[in-house]
Design a protein around this ligand. Structure first.
Ligand code: ADP
Length: 464
């Protein structure tokens, strides 16, 4: 059964891990899809701005006109390539602030609710003619960056589109005193880039419902699993306890029942019937065994009571005298000279309100256990101390209780699983009942013990 439970726990945990991995994978995929959808949507809005804004268009016209002029100069050999790029940079710098502020205005107009940085970056400038291509600028081959718009660091930029401006241009220049026509074909490629402020947060926000729901489902699954395994373990414990109890009570009942069977057989025999003394002895045996059975049944019925079912009849008791009487009676009852009880009283020449009958039962249970679970010479130290509460500690030099069993000795029907100890008769109710009695007095009981080194039971009872 224990193996089965362990297997169940392992399988459930593995299942849970697999489920978490699948869920993580799905969430990651959803995140990627949402991110893609969000970026595509933003791209679409941004493209519209660029296409339909007259203000941005007229700014573009400024740099484009200027640029075509410098190219014509270059073609007329009155400007170098460096002049073209410097000229372009100069115009862009002069219009850039206006461009950026116009762009932000367009974003507001288009109801884009998050911050966006945008820029156009020159990718390539090529002059084509029938003989050869003349590359003025190639983004890939130079560290120089010509950018119109907001500065964006390369690790943050998101591509919007690549635009190709192609134009067939004719202008006139005076060369060597002659008016000449300059014709060129221009390819001007730009890349549009953007950076969306805190886009990760925006996507996460969009996914928050899904994340919360999965977290909730996950917690419910873990909770259910924990609850199921816990109840399985509890049920197994209860089943074990029940089996133990049935075994113990059968064991306890066997001896008196066997004696009763034997005694009744004896009473029936003519030989015994003719001897009145033997009849008397046998009847006494039957009476004793009968009482023993009765006591056993009472023990099961009474000692199973919970603390709230115990009806206390408290009376004023002189602590020292009362405990001395219990110890004296106990010594008389144990009938063995191997038991020594050491007593120590501190400030206990006082009275306390308690139920004499129940507290006597509680203390006797502990004292009897000290004998039941003892080594050869039994030494019991009983210390009674009165501070704000009454503290009684009963220490024995017996077999002791293991760390694991210590937590359970006050549980109903619990008996320590030690073979040595199991030879001792018992139902596992004594300490349970003792604990209930002390609880009914609003006190508490603890045990300190080490296997083979004896045990100390400490009872604390408050004064009211
Ligand atoms: P029972 O004695 O009928 O088994 P108890 O409730 O009195 O039931 O005790 C529960 C278990 O606690 C015992 O079976 C025993 O294993 C352990 N125990 C109790 N008292 C002592 C003790 N003084 N020394 C060692 N073990 C003890």
């Amino acid at each position: 059964m224990k193996k089965k439970i362990n297997l169940l726990i392992i399988v459930s945990v593995l299942g849970l891990i697999a489920l978490s991995i699948i869920q993580g994978y799905l969430i990651n995929n959803t995140y990627k899809l949402k991110k893609e959808a969000f970026i595509t949507e933003t791209r679409r809005s941004i493209s519209q701005i660029d296409d339909f804004s007259p203000a941005l268009d007229s700014l573009s016209d400024i740099w484009q006109d200027n640029f075509l002029n410098t190219i014509a100069d270059y073609k007329a050999n009155t400007a170098t390539r460096a002049d073209i790029l410097d000229g372009l940079q100069f115009v862009i710098d002069s219009i850039n602030d206006t461009y950026r502020s116009e762009y932000q205005k367009e974003l507001v107009k288009n109801n884009i609710p998050y911050g966006i940085k945008f820029h156009k970056r020159v990718k390539a400038i090529v002059l084509q003619d029938s003989i050869k291509n003349d590359t003025i600028f190639d983004f890939e081959k130079t560290p120089k960056r010509i950018v119109l718009g907001d500065p964006i660091s390369e690790d943050k930029e998101i591509g919007v589109s690549t635009t190709l401006w192609q134009t067939d241009h004719t202008s006139s220049r005076i060369i060597n005193g002659e008016n000449k026509e300059i014709v060129f074909y221009l390819l001007f490629q730009t890349q549009d880039k953007m950076d969306i402020d805190g886009w990760e947060k925006i996507v996460f926000k969009q996914m928050s419902g899904l994340l919360l729901l999965s977290l909730l489902i996950f917690s419910v699954v873990i909770g259910l699993l924990y609850y199921s395994i816990k109840s399985l373990i509890t049920q197994k414990k209860i089943a074990d306890i029940k089996t133990d109890f049935v075994n113990n009570i059968t064991h306890e009942l066997k001896t008196p029942l066997a004696t009763l069977t034997l005694a009744t057989k004896m009473l029936k025999s003519n030989e015994v019937q003719q001897q009145p003394q033997l009849v008397d002895n046998t009847v006494n045996t039957i009476e004793r065994q009968n009482k023993r059975l009765q006591k056993l049944i009472d023990q099961v019925l009474t000692n199973s009571l919970g603390y709230n079912e115990i009806q206390l009849h408290k009376e004023e008791v002189h602590i020292e005298n009362y405990i001395n009487t219990i110890l004296d009676d106990f010594l008389l009852a144990v009938k063995t000279e191997h038991v020594t009880v050491n007593r120590q009283f501190l400030g206990s020449k006082q009275t306390i309100q308690l139920d004499k009958f129940y507290i006597t039962t509680a203390l006797l249970n502990i004292l009897e256990n000290a004998v039941k679970y003892a080594s050869d010479n039994i030494i019991i130290d009983c210390k009674v101390k009165r501070n704000n509460e009454l503290k009684i500690s009963i220490k024995d030099n017996g077999v002791g209780i293991s760390e694991k069993d210590k937590k359970q000795v006050f549980d109903k029907f619990f008996r320590a699983g030690n073979k040595e100890i199991h030879d001792v008769k018992g139902l596992g109710l004594g300490l349970y009942y003792t604990n209930q009695i002390i609880k009914a007095h609003h006190g508490n009981i603890t045990v300190e013990s080490k296997e083979g080194k004896g045990s100390t039971f400490i009872l604390t009872i408050p004064f009211n």
